[in-house]
Structures are given as structure tokens and as C-alpha cells.
Design a protein around this ligand. Structure first.
Ligand code: LLP
Length: 431
């Protein structure tokens, strides 16, 4: 199977993190998201240890919490001694409620409002990652009002176009994020930032995109950014202490995706950073990385109950489920591949082609097209694998469908970390 936390038990049921998924569906109802705590910790550990070993002792991963933001995950990040990347006051609020040490939080976003900036400062968010000179000036003013000096990184666009879906590619010169080196605006940004009194410029950030399998684009980004550090040292006498290389390493959604050795990738990127630093006579900066998907994706799966089977003679078969684009919009948005299994009949042969259709009034509400399953019947449990990243965090209330429960498996024990929403929850703010 595509991940080592999956297996099949004696009853022919799919197991995940050692528990029977069919009994989880019976206990908690569906749609249900299951999360594997040991997988999350394993990935956090790989990043933490490899970064310390290959970069510098103080280098550290920041969990990109846009991939999955809820209190428990910030507690895990804290207990694994890593930092976090937040992109909104809402994510900051959730982390604060979880008791996360906010000096290890990096506040991102290309459109931070003044209220959010103030709130992040009051919460003690350690660093801001800034996107434009206008934004840096607003942060400087607010920091002055509050009598503090705010540490920041500048988000630089390295001009790299990795091979991934256009909607999740961010490193090219025309991106809405960051300021480009190619147009020289990045240099102007550094110069202007250095003149501000309530800003302490710590270094630079770049992020080239998401779900990237090749390792070369990360190396190219590192090369460009180290040269940028050397150039801005030579131009302005300022040496960046920190370099944040962003997130983006891919995960396996299906057997067709390659397996990624995250540790080996980090080692390879570090070799390039090290040799360039010595070429440019720089001390290696503290390196940060922002993995989101690769920390949580395969630590999650979603269980649905099969509804009606619609066979359109000579054309197509649809099996409907009790969830869909409201809990997983990724096929609708990006035609993302997923592995789909019939969790309660894992030993039956997969000889029936069908499309897994969500419940929303929208033709595009599909979870996966033309998958091979045992012919599904009403009441079967359909498992969609690798849904830990950008599923719950992108869930919506379209068609007034409540969000599913999230159950964490910790050392073989299941416990609720997000309750299933009720209809009353959904109208709580309606007057
Ligand atoms: N850092 C920055 C600045 C980012 O913009 C992102 C993702 C990350 C880190 C984390 O990247 P990761 O390691 O997860 O690839 N909704 C899309 C993904 C959008 C990614 C946005 N930024 C999806 O479902 O594929």
C-alpha cells in the first residue's frame, strides 16, 4: 500500500495506524477524518533532525499550518519542538489557544490587515514574513505605536517555475507573492527596509510552490537566495541571519507518485547551501523550511458511506457518498489524484470502474474519476487516502453541509480532536 500506516486485518477491513477503519466509521459515523499522530510526529522529527544535522544547530522546520489548522496540531508542533507558519489572525488565534510558544511563529500573508498585524504583535508572533514595501511600512508604524521592534523576513520571488499545478506554483516573477529579484525590486525593498527604525530585518524567505517531486527546483531556489544574501551584503553591508526556503515537497497520493526521501533532499539542499556560503564567504544562515503537506497528508484519511450506485448504460458508473467537495475540494479545484479503497471489502477484487461523486449540487463535485473498486453497494465504507493536508483546512459549508469529525489515533487509541459540526453550529452566527 502507498503508506506504511495502512494494512488489512483478518476481516478484510482496511486498518489505519493500527485501528479498524470500519469500526471507526461505525463508532463515529461518516464522513470521518482519521489522523495518525505517530505519522505526524515521525515527519516532524525527520525535518527537525535533518535540518539540525545538515544546516546549523538552530535551523528548524515551521509547520505550515494552512495545511491543517486546529489546536491539537499546534500542541504536537510544540511538543516536537518545531515552529509554525501562520497566514491569518485566525491561525494565530488557534495556536495561542493551544498554548503554542508564539516566538516560534512566523506570520505570513500578502494581505495582512492592520488589525491582524496588531493582534499578531500582541500575541508575540516572533517574525513577520513581509510581501511588499507598503506592508513593511505599515508594520513599522504599528510597531512604533506599540513601542516594539518587530523582527521580519522579506519574501523574495526567486523566479523559479517548478513543475506543479499552476494554481499552487508561487515562485515565478509574476506571482502575487513576494518581490522579484529579476526586476531589481527586491534590492530596493531591502534598502528601504533597512532604513526603518522599528523593524529588525532578520533575512529572507522564498517559497516556490507545492506538491513538487523534483529536487532541483529547491536547489535552484537555494542557489539564487544565497547569491541574493551575498549581493545584498555587498550592496548594503547587511548580512541576513536567516533564510527561509519555504515548503513544497510532494507526497504520494497514488502508486504512480514517486516516494520522496525528505531527509536525503534536505541533505542535498544543505550541501549546496554550504558550498555556496563558502564560495561567497558567508557563515551559513539559520535555515527555516515550511513543510505543510509532507507533514500531514499521509497522516490523514477520510471515510465515507456509499450511497446510491448510478450506472449510465454504456457510459459511466457513479457511486455517491455522504461527503464531497465540502470536505475535500481538491479534485474539483486541481483534479488531484487520490487512492480510493473499499474499506470493508479489501479482499474483494477491484474489477468495477466507477466515479466517486460527492453529494453537492454541482457536477464538478467529484472526489475521483474512474477508479477501480469492488462493485460498491449502499452502506459500504469508502476510504480516500492521503487527505490530511488541505482537506479539512479547505472545507466549506456549501449546501449547508456540516464539517466532519476528526479523530486522532494516538498509540492505537482513538480520540476526537475536532467534533462533528451540528446544524446548530452552522447557524450559530445567524441572527
Ligand atoms: N510556505 C508558504 C509560504 C506557502 O505558501 C505554502 C503553501 C507552504 C509553505 C506549504 O507548502 P506545502 O509544504 O504544504 O506544499 N491548497 C493547495 C495547496 C496550496 C499551498 C499554499 N501554500 C492544495 O490543496 O494543493
Amino acid at each position: 500500500m502507498i503508506c506504511n500506516n495502512l494494512s488489512v486485518n483478518g476481516e478484510g477491513h482496511l486498518t489505519f495506524a493500527g485501528v479498524d477503519t470500519v469500526s471507526m466509521a461505525a463508532k463515529y459515523a461518516t464522513p470521518l477524518m482519521l489522523m495518525d499522530e505517530s505519522k505526524i510526529r515521525e515527519k516532524m522529527t525527520i525535518y527537525r533532525e535533518a535540518m539540525k544535522e545538515y544546516f546549523t544547530e538552530d535551523s528548524m522546520p515551521l509547520f505550515a499550518s494552512k495545511a491543517l489548522s486546529f489546536k491539537y496540531i499546534y500542541k504536537l508542533a510544540d511538543s516536537e519542538n518545531i515552529g509554525i507558519d501562520c497566514v491569518s489572525a485566525g491561525e494565530i488565534y488557534t495556536a495561542v489557544q493551544a498554548g503554542f510558544p508564539m516566538e516560534k511563529a512566523y506570520f505570513h500573508g500578502n494581505s495582512k490587515t492592520e488589525d491582524e498585524i496588531r493582534y499578531a504583535m500582541e500575541s508575540g508572533a516572533g517574525h513577520f514574513v513581509c510581501d511588499s514595501i507598503e506592508e513593511v511600512s505599515v508594520i513599522d508604524e504599528i510597531a512604533r505605536d506599540m513601542g516594539i521592534t518587530q523582527k521580519i523576513l522579506l519574501r523574495i520571488t526567486p523566479g523559479i517555475d517548478p513543475h506543479t499545478h499552476k494554481k499552487i506554483s508561487t515562485g515565478s516573477v509574476d506571482s502575487k507573492f513576494g518581490v522579484a529579484i529579476e526586476t531589481n525590486q527586491a534590492y530596493e525593498l531591502v534598502e528601504k527596509t533597512l532604513a526603518l527604525k522599528n523593524i529588525e530585518l532578520m533575512g529572507y524567505h522564498c517559497h516556490i510552490g507545492s506538491q513538487i517531486f523534483e529536487y532541483d527546483p529547491f536547489c535552484d531556489a537555494a542557489r539564487i537566495m544565497i547569491k541574493f544574501i551575498a549581493d545584498t551584503r555587498d550592496m548594503f553591508g547587511f548580512t541576513a541571519k536567516e533564510l527561509n526556503l519555504g515548503g513544497g515537497m510532494g507526497v504520494r497520493y497514488t502508486e504512480d507518485d514517486p516516494e520522496i526521501d525528505y531527509r536525503a533532499n534536505i541533505r542535498g539542499i544543505a550541501e549546496i547551501v554550504r558550498s555556496l556560503c563558502s564560495e561567497y564567504s558567508l557563515n551559513m544562515p539559520k535555515i527555516l523550511m515550511e513543510p505543510g503537506r509532507s507533514i500531514v497528508a499521509d497522516a490523514g484519511m477520510t471515510l465515507y458511506t456509499a450511497g446510491y450506485l448510478k450506472e449510465i448504460t454504456g457510459l459511466k458508473n457513479y457511486i455517491s457518498i455522504d461527503g464531497g467537495m465540502t470536505d475535500n475540494p481538491r479534485f474539483t479545484l486541481y483534479q488531484s489524484p487520490y487512492t480510493v479503497l473499499l474499506a470493508n471489502r479489501m479482499n474483494d477484487s477491484c474489477d468495477y470502474k466507477c466515479t466517486v461523486a460527492g453529494r453537492c449540487c454541482e457536477s464538478g463535485d467529484i472526489i475521483q474519476e474512474d477508479v477501480m473498486l469492488p462493485k460498491p453497494c449502499r452502506g459500504d465504507i469508502i476510504a480516500v487516502l492521503t487527505t490530511g493536508a488541505y482537506n479539512y483546512s479547505m472545507a466549506s459549508h456549501y449546501n449547508k453541509v456540516p464539517k466532519p469529525a476528526v479523530v486522532m489515533i494516538t498509540d492505537g487509541e482513538d480520540h476526537i480532536v475536532i467534533k462533528r459540526e451540528t446544524y446548530a453550529d452552522m447557524i450559530a452566527n445567524e441572527v
